[in-house]
Design a protein around this ligand. Structure first.
Ligand code: COA
Length: 336
């Protein structure tokens, strides 16, 4: 049977998981030469979460997925595909998506991991939407999950204050009328920025050796000033581009859900769009930068707080390692 010409993918359920352990700025004051005041004023972060012993990305992703399945009241066997956006998989292989599939008992699903750092969830959401639009799948689970504490050097004050652990998940299903769901996306990458935000060690270029461990190459490296300069411009540019391309003026946008790397980067995009504070989702204060998890966590919080209703115009935006960045426009639908 031919597909309806305008079929889109809409989000029908969201789920989240945050580990119990809370690391405050005051806790970090005891580890490195920093202050709560510096972290708050330069980043907007107050605290972040950290996994417990033995807890990894697949466990958080599974918990977020279970939360979603419970809310949507569906059986895991109904899931066609699981995409996990992450830069901190449990292992290089098998993919975290396979571990999640097994944990859930999603016996009909295939899946894979997607590596696009802080833009990972947007890239995965776009890929999942295409599966729904093409008719190849009816239920696609898109998860953003990262255990940043596993690749952070807790003696480096420039990076250890910025990141946290967490996971968020959404379910994509078809909207046959094509008037809700993911309506547009603009996604980009520029590998000339690779050296400014990366983890050099452990891959095929620098396989794990005593020297790579001694050289701290298995930790996240960031040139914060350079990344900040690009993030502040490129995230604001792409947010404006996706809004403009869809004829969205500031008053037409009910909620902007940006990646949460630094409150000052969020503010630059908000200023460019001319949005009021109540049109913006910011939860960086309590979660910090959870990499691929920031946007689905933001969606889950917005739903919990009753800030989204069917028909709302929502803009998502992200910037991250690669460099990668993107903007997505979606019209919110009924969500469980
Ligand atoms: N506590 C206290 N001082 C700190 C500090 C900390 N945790 N981290 C850095 N500093 C110091 C620096 O050493 C520097 O000191 P110096 O002037 O003596 O060299 C000073 O604070 C200012 O550093 P700077 O890097 O200019 O600060 P900043 O205002 O740019 O903020 C970041 C630093 C990391 C918060 C900011 O650059 C940033 O957010 N970068 C992008 C992050 C990002 O988006 N990453 C992920 C992409 S998704």
């Amino acid at each position: 049977m031919p597909l309806p010409p305008n079929r889109t993918a809409k989000i029908t359920a969201v789920g989240k998981y945050l580990p119990e352990r809370v690391i405050t700025n005051f806790d970090l004051e005891k580890l490195v030469d920093t202050t709560d005041e510096w972290i708050r004023t330069r980043t907007g972060i107050i605290e972040r979460r950290q996994v417990g012993d033995g807890e990894a990305t697949s466990h958080m992703a599974t918990a977020a997925a279970r939360d979603l399945l419970e809310k949507r009241q569906i059986d895991p066997e109904e899931i066609d595909c699981i995409i996990v956006a992450t830069v901190t998989p449990d292992m290089f292989f098998p993919a975290t998506a396979c571990l999640v599939q097994n944990n859930l008992g999603a016996s009909r699903a295939w899946g894979y991991d997607l590596s696009a750092a802080c833009s990972g969830f947007l890239f995965a959401l776009d890929a999942g939407a295409r599966m729904i639009e093409s008719g190849s799948s009816t239920k696609v689970m898109v998860i953003g999950a990262d255990t940043m504490s596993s690749i952070i050097d807790y003696t480096d004050r420039a990076t250890c204050v910025l990141f946290g652990d967490g996971a968020g998940a959404v379910l994509l299903e078809a909207c046959e009328e094509g008037n809700e769901g993911i309506l547009d996306s603009i996604l980009r990458c520029d590998g000339s920025g690779a050296e400014y935000l990366c983890m050099e060690g452990g891959g095929s270029l620098h396989p794990p050796r005593a020297e790579t461990v001694a050289g701290k190459k298995h930790y996240l490296y960031q040139d914060g000033r350079i990344v900040f300069k690009y993030a502040i411009k490129l995230m604001a540019d792409i947010t404006a581009e996706v809004a403009q391309r869809n004829g969205l003026k500031s008053e037409d946008i009910q909620l902007f859900i940006p990646h949460q790397a630094n409150q000052r980067i969020i503010d630059a995009s908000v200023e460019r769009l001319g949005l009021r504070e109540d049109q913006v989702l910011s939860n960086i204060d309590y979660y910090a930068n959870t990499t691929a998890a920031t946007i689905p966590l933001g969606m889950a919080d917005a739903v919990e707080q009753g800030r989204l209703k069917p028909g709302d115009n929502v803009v998502l935006a992200a910037f991250g390692a690669g460099f990668t960045w993107g903007g997505i426009y979606l019209r919110w639908s009924e969500v469980f």
